[in-house]
Design a binder for this molecule. Structure first.
Ligand SMILES: [Zn+2]
Length: 160
């Protein structure tokens, strides 16, 4: 598995067909995505071409058709996408996001029991460090460096 993925929403639709089937021809992928999204064979072939050039899909020729497969694992790929998404917000805000996900996710009793066990065993830390770049997160408003620059800003204001 690569460390990061670069798969668009449209390309993800193609990947899902290949993941579900194990291997597909462009005709089989088009049949599914024409039904779901109304996409033509040429649209699907463009997406397949992008995924092949990114090395996410591999083509092999069998009689008159290309068969497409992938070495990417679906759950692992989804985790990479999720980590990319979580990298967009401060680590300190992720627990609230998880609570939101838990609230809105339909689940059966076993699912809830699994999550309860995860929470029971979860190691906690005294404080979650803010890993954001200064200026992209409100945590840094309270960081010592920013307070100093706020003071120097005040001094300049007083001088004026
Ligand atoms: Zn932060």
């Amino acid at each position: 598995m690569p460390e990061t993925l670069n798969i668009s929403d449209a390309e993800w639709e193609v990947m899902r067909v290949v993941w579900a089937s194990g291997e597909s021809t462009s005709q089989e992928i088009t049949r599914v995505l024409n039904g779901k999204r109304g996409w033509s064979q040429s649209t699907v072939k463009t997406l397949i071409g992008r995924l092949t050039s990114k090395n996410y899909l591999h083509a092999r020729k069998e009689s008159r058709h290309f068969i497409y497969t992938t070495h990417l694992d679906e759950p692992e790929s989804l985790k990479l996408e999720l980590e990319g998404l979580l990298g967009r917000i401060c680590s300190r805000k992720i627990p609230n996001l998880l609570a939101y996900l838990v609230e809105k996710t339909p689940m059966i009793a076993q699912d809830r029991a699994m999550l309860e066990e995860v929470l029971q065993n979860k190691q906690v830390v005294a404080e979650v460090p803010c890993d954001c770049y200064p200026g992209q997160c409100t945590c840094h408003l309270h960081a010592s460096g920013t307070i100093l620059s706020d003071q120097s800003h005040e001094e300049i204001t007083h001088e004026n």
